[in-house]
Design a binder for this molecule. Structure first.
Ligand code: DCP
Ligand code: MG
Ligand code: MN
Length: 363
């Protein structure tokens, strides 16, 4: 489960974050409800420790207590951050700060967890599938390739297995740009009035990208929309060999669609890279920009803020008056009314969140 390569920019708590992240990844691959809950709790804590707010908090206490060494002050700072986030792994954070290590990682790194981590690296494989294959006696990627114990892979999983290393590697920012610079003119050749831009980690200015996320929409003021553009674009990209494999093909040809696949630069020897296309109606472009720029932690924080204020936020817009089924919060008994969706700025403004440039939305 070391799918993210080390990040260049580190927070003051990076050592703590790295250790908790490692433990969280192990918990994620482990069977049992209790462990899933634990993974969630670390997931809540580590981003908080590494986020800009925590950085601002750090040093605040250290400066306010006289005669306290830096190490102790740091512990107090972390303690306050953790208490504010209502998570319970304070003792583990203390242990990392004290010893530079977390013994629990060693205990959790058992064979079943390691193998499930390996299997979850196959595109389209989640925890339950990985555990099923382990229980059936599979231990290696070779076992999966050979269909050991009657293991059946979906077409997407077959591709995920074939390009395992490529899919689990991150690409340099320059390569994402080179691919986008090939794709954008082809999209515009279909319709010069399209809005085509690159989202995700690229828009946040990251030096490496796990995939390329491309958002497509179009101003319908002249009566035309971008409906049907995506299938045409995908066909052209297949023809010239930029897109090589499909993982998930959009259902219809309306204005809102998602495509997932693999692509590569035309140069010989270039690696497969993950690519996502997203098309959205023009009216929801602001909410879509916000959502697909991320990161996921930032989105979670924005949704949380919206909920506290009685709103509901998703990739389509900011809504008021949404009523959810108390038995199952996923079900909306009242869809609510649209408050804002056309620009990111208006959504920030209504939520009372000061504007954050894309590069400020993740560590
Ligand atoms: N997203 C989200 N919640 C998810 C998945 C995605 O909010 N569970 C949003 C935020 C992400 C954006 O979609 O930033 C793009 O998703 P990616 O998985 O491509 O993530 P990133 O582009 O941020 O990172 P990476 O470089 O790993 O692709
Ligand atoms: Mg991405
Ligand atoms: Mn993506």
């Amino acid at each position: 489960c070391d799918r993210k390569e080390p990040q260049l920019i580190t927070s003051p708590n990076q050592d703590v974050v790295d250790k908790l992240q490692e433990l969280m990844d192990l918990h994620k691959a482990k069977p049992g409800v209790e462990d899933r809950w634990r993974a969630f709790s670390y997931g809540k804590c580590t981003p908080l420790l590494s986020c800009a707010n925590a950085q601002r908090l750090m040093g605040f206490v250290s400066r306010s207590i006289r005669g306290v060494g830096e190490k102790t002050a740091r512990k107090v700072d972390v303690f306050i951050v953790v208490m504010n986030s209502k998570v319970d792994n304070i003792w583990q954070i203390m242990e990392i700060l004290e010893t530079g290590d977390l013994k629990r990682i060693g205990y959790e790194r058992t064979e079943d967890v390691e193998v499930c981590c390996l299997f979850q690296g196959v595109y389209g494989v989640g925890q339950s599938t990985a555990q099923k294959w382990y229980a059936n006696g599979c231990r290696t990627l070779e076992d999966l390739k050979n269909g050991k114990s009657g293991v059946k892979l979906s077409p997407a999983q077959e591709i995920g297995l074939k390009f395992y290393d490529d899919i689990n590697a991150r690409m340099p920012r320059d390569e994402a740009k080179a691919l986008f610079d090939l794709i954008k003119p082809i999209a515009l050749s279909i319709d010069p009035d399209l809005f085509v831009d690159i989202m995700g980690s690229y828009r946040r200015g990251k030096s490496t990208c796990g995939d390329i996320d491309i958002l497509i929409t179009r101003n319908p003021a002249d009566g035309k929309t971008h409906a049907g553009v995506l299938p045409t674009l995908l066909l052209k990209l297949h023809e010239i060999g930029i897109i090589t494999e499909d993982l998930a093909i959009p259902e219809g040809d309306d204005e809102e669609n998602v495509y997932r696949g693999l692509c590569r630069l035309p140069e010989p020897g270039s690696r497969r890279r993950r690519i996502d296309f997203l098309t959205v109606p023009w009216t929801s472009r602001g909410a879509a920009l916000l959502y697909y720029t991320g990161d996921d932690i930032f989105n979670r924080a924005m949704r949380y803020k919206a909920n506290v204020m009685g709103y509901s936020l998703n990739q389509r817009g900011l809504y008021s008056g949404v009523v959810r089924d108390p038995q199952d919060r996923r079900i909306k008994t009242n869809k609510g009314s649209l408050i804002a969706s056309e620009t990111e700025q208006e959504i920030f403004k209504i939520l009372g969140v000061p504007w954050q440039e894309p590069h400020e939305r993740s560590d």
